[in-house]
Design a protein around this ligand. Structure first.
Ligand code: NI
Length: 192
């Protein structure tokens, strides 16, 4: 096992379309997937795509922590050759962060409900549906294997922010909001 270096925005490896995996009976593939898992955990992320580890293959891993998706956790999943199909026109906006875009966060529109299929590490075909944060993570990771980073999906670049900066909002005003509205400031998002 090894902790891999993570490519940052600007590197060519993050810009291309990654290749399909054809051979699953390959010890190198299985070892690389284990390295991806270790790298994601070490980086404190909840998702990682192979091109982020400088390997141009259609492999992504992710999990959804408890409490993130209406309380529904999704265990660590390895997806190879994934395909996403939106289930409705509806989209929703939320904050995202990315291990390849360290220190920044921004609001990104994503499909609200999706169906997705993939092969597991042994080549078996799986299919799932997802909504909320689960759907968001899958879309973010699958963008990585098509050379797309989340800032390229942003509509309002004014939301692009440093995660560690003071947003200038009055914290007491946020805390005292009694109308149930979300405070303007936000907790740092887990990176994908
Ligand atoms: Ni990312």
């Amino acid at each position: 096992m090894a902790i891999l270096d993570i490519a940052r925005m600007g590197h060519q490896i993050l810009k291309g379309r990654a290749h399909e995996v054809a051979n699953f009976d390959n010890p190198e593939l299985h070892a690389f997937v284990e390295d991806m898992k270790e790298t994601m955990v070490h980086a404190g992320g909840v998702g990682l795509a192979a091109p982020q580890a400088y390997v141009p293959l259609r492999i992504v891993i992710f999990f959804v922590p408890e409490g993130r998706n209406n309380g529904q956790a999704v265990p660590l999943t390895v997806m190879i050759n994934p395909v996403i199909t939106p289930m409705a026109e509806e989209m929703e906006e939320d904050w995202e962060a990315c291990l390849s875009v360290p220190g920044l966060t921004g609001v990104v529109p994503r499909w609200s409900r999706i169906k997705y299929s993939f092969q597991d590490v042994d080549g078996s075909l799986k299919e799932r549906t997802a909504d909320g944060f689960h759907a968001r993570v899958v879309q973010h990771e699958c963008d990585h294997i098509d050379g797309v980073l989340y800032p390229m999906r942003m509509i309002d670049l004014a939301t692009l922010s440093f995660t560690d900066c003071d947003d200038g909002e009055d914290p007491e005003a946020d805390e005292n909001a009694e109308d149930g509205s979300e405070p303007d400031h936000h907790e740092p998002e887990p990176a994908l």
